[in-house]
Design a protein around this ligand. Sequence first.
Ligand SMILES: Cc1ncc(COP(=O)(O)O)c(C=O)c1O
Length: 383
Amino acid sequence: MNPIPYGRQDIDQDDIEAVLSTLQSDYLTQGPKVKEFETKFADYVGSSYAVAVNNATSGLHLSVLALNLKKGDRVITTPITFAASANCIRFVGGEVWFADINPDTYLLDINSVKELIESKPKGFFKGIIPVDFAGLPVNMQEFRELADAHDLWIIEDACHAPGGFFTDTKNQKNFCGNGNYSDIGVFSFHPVKHIACGEGGMVTTNSKELYEKLILLRTHGITKETMEENHGGWYYEMIELGFNYRLTDFQSALGITQLAKNKKGVERRNEISSAYKKAFEGEIKFQSLPKNSYNAHHLFIIEVENRKELYDYLKLNNIFSQIHYIPVHLLPYYKNIGYEGANLIHSENYYANCISLPMYPSLTSDEQNFVIGQVLKFISNGK
Ligand SMILES: Cc1ncc(COP(=O)(O)O)c(C=O)c1O
């Protein structure tokens, strides 16, 4: 059996041709493909606007800036995520407050968030950053109600979840990042994610005001709008301190062909997940699926007691599993600024046992059966 990674990109001939054709065009960056990708992505998730960026970390940074987060402002997020979900708060000097996860869904637990908010005076927090962890959509309708009651904004970190959705109480399907209940959604196009651009990201919103701020800050805070007539064609003004967080045209061309395959890819990911669940049901704990949710399955995670031994055993058998994630509050940077003693028991228990098994559309049934066989063999030997 060839090495089996936990995740991998699928690049087909049409992806290669799309990139080649853009490389041979007049535009390498900021040409027509960026706009086309943004329009198609917004259409796919159902948001009014989409802004392509060079990676999701930049997208998160732009999002907190657009929402006017300032030094000392406090924002709640989950410790079970990639560090960038929390780091964006630190980028502007904000304070990260972690709430615990639900031990079954592994998502930020709304009750834990509510408890934290209610333990502080009104106005203490500015926003919440829930994460559609592993591809499972957060019920954003519930978070919106809580956020509205306390005057908070919501950035949905949907990096794991393009194509995931939940059905709300109005029986309406809400694709992750559609902006019906969150202010901003952020996606990543790193190769282990659903849509591979090398590096890349997308920020979605339904607010014209936020969209305009995001566009401005993505390109140095520079605008040319409505100035040509008064000054001449060359004229521009820098009106904010912005960044260069742009995505190139050839990456956007790749994003467009990758996006076209995402629906099928997510369906295949769900087939793989069903086969894992069928094999492990009653034997091994895995991420639960709330009613009315469709998991985009960036990851398939199980929990076992002797996780390190399983990780090493799979590696010996050429299966390269991964751990998602070391809780953010236990990373040295966060420990050093005082988070070590945080009371996040579900997150820490989860981390002690979690392991992500191979999950990507081109994983073959033979490969998956081999993975399942090895996991079950390890478990039965341990009993
Ligand atoms: C949940 C989450 N948020 C943010 C990011 C940052 O994405 P990027 O690598 O595109 O900056 C990642 C990437 O791993 C992620 O998994």
